[in-house]
Write a protein that binds this ligand. Sequence first.
Ligand code: FDA
Length: 510
Amino acid sequence: SATSAHTHESFLRCLTLHSRNDSISEVIYTSSNSSYSFVLESSIRNPRFSTPSTPKPLVIVTPLVVSQIQEILSCAQKHGMQVRVRSGGHDYEGLSYVSPVPFVILDMINLRNISVDVENSFAWVQSGATLGELYYEIAEQSKTLGFPAGLCPTIGVGGHFSGGGYGTIFRKYGLAADNVIDAHLIDVKGRFLDRKSMGEDLFWAIRGGGGASFGVIVAWKIKLVPVPSTVTVFTVNKNLEQNATKILHRWQYVADKFDKDLFIRVVITGANSSQEGKKTVQAAFNSLYLGGKDKLLPLMQESFPELGLVSEDCKEMSWIQSILYFSGFPSGQSLDVLLNRTLTVISYKAKSDYVKNPIPESGLEGIWQRFYEKEAESAVLILTPYGGKMSEISESAIPFPHRAGNIYKIQYLVYWSEEGTAATESHVSWIRRLYAYMAPYVSKSPREAYINYRDLDIGTNNEGNTSYRQASIWGTKYFKNNFKRLVHVKTVFDPTNFFRNEQSIPPLSW
Ligand code: FDA
């Protein structure tokens, strides 16, 4: 439209005229630039938000230095351009690269330095770095230090840490956000702040409250954690004919009570049975143990004999190799794959739930029924056990509130490769039906959800002003009582609601 063309031009003029740094012209991409599509698509993980009808940014800027972020924020405010900050681009609903109003993507890809201090067990990592790059860098320097963050190496630390971030060692060490000890952020006024100058309220908010509401996070200082030189992994598959229902039912009574060194998640998929033409469901018990198998086997015999784990199921390796194992790389793969940012992508929709009481076998059987439907061909449920350190941290320590009392979290995922809205609608409808079916078995009032598994079904803001009451519909699901404090912090640091999206924290308006 004429307005957006005008916004676009005046924003660009502002950037180039007032920029303190000449090189900014080298990192501005508009649709007339031949690299525009490449840069736009480089970290889009969900092609559901990369169709011809998806709104596209008027401009993408990939700053090389902090002063360029300050220029972008200042020009965007002057010329009514919305800013979407993107680090790894893994947002489930595409909020880091899609907006219904004229917008610029501030892509952190060029700000990805990592410096590890082995002696003092900490690191500074810029938000454009991926988890793979961070894990690689730590492993280069130490075999006995690790970091408790997510499983997929292409995730960006900018979005991930600001929403919590869990992985295979979070029962021992908590979330990535629990281990952040300082941060650098540019606020709406363009000020460069660290923990001391931003104050404890804002520092609290960005560790789990979602970074997108408060400013641009440039870097995190994180505490590295000890990992043993040998860890053990296993994956034991059980289908319905192999007693999957009973074993899974039992898992619910032990998974959150295991020793903190033991993590056993369950990945559920549809499968073909050995009986021809018959469908079944497979539960993969997928585990990391922080120690050798000599200790793991007796531990399993004592606490979860029903799984029938035997020595041949177990593989011993270094912690960094376990990262590759959980990312699905074959054994013997070089660590260099952790640096690969190229994505294979397929459309998906996801949702999340928290389970506080074991689901009865009859309840599990109702889930299996839904796996026999045709939309569920590429559906996955991931059950992640809580307990351990997660239960020891208070609900208000950081905005992430899902602590003691949770046995496990369920992530529901459905994928499809067909293009077009019919395929999207039928798969999204399948996952919504499953979610509706699950209501009696999961957390209630609020029905809790994990912000890093962004789900716009649970409620959104208006394009204009959003009341506290409307935003608390989705806000209390992600943050429970912490939502109030997040609104308070937002009101102090971004009262005009410049940093906004469909699920950003609203300021109180008077
Ligand atoms: P993206 O760049 O899309 O940002 C996400 C949100 O944060 C957006 O709102 C964005 O604007 C904002 N943001 C990003 N950078 C910012 C910055 N520098 N300053 C301010 N705001 C910023 N989670 C988990 O806990 N454990 C796991 O194992 C996994 N595994 C996993 C696998 C796969 C394949 C996907 C796609 C996702 C996951 N996740 C996950 C979820 C993941 O943690 C979540 O999507 C993160 O928000 C992704 O962070 P990115 O920086 O990649 O996303």
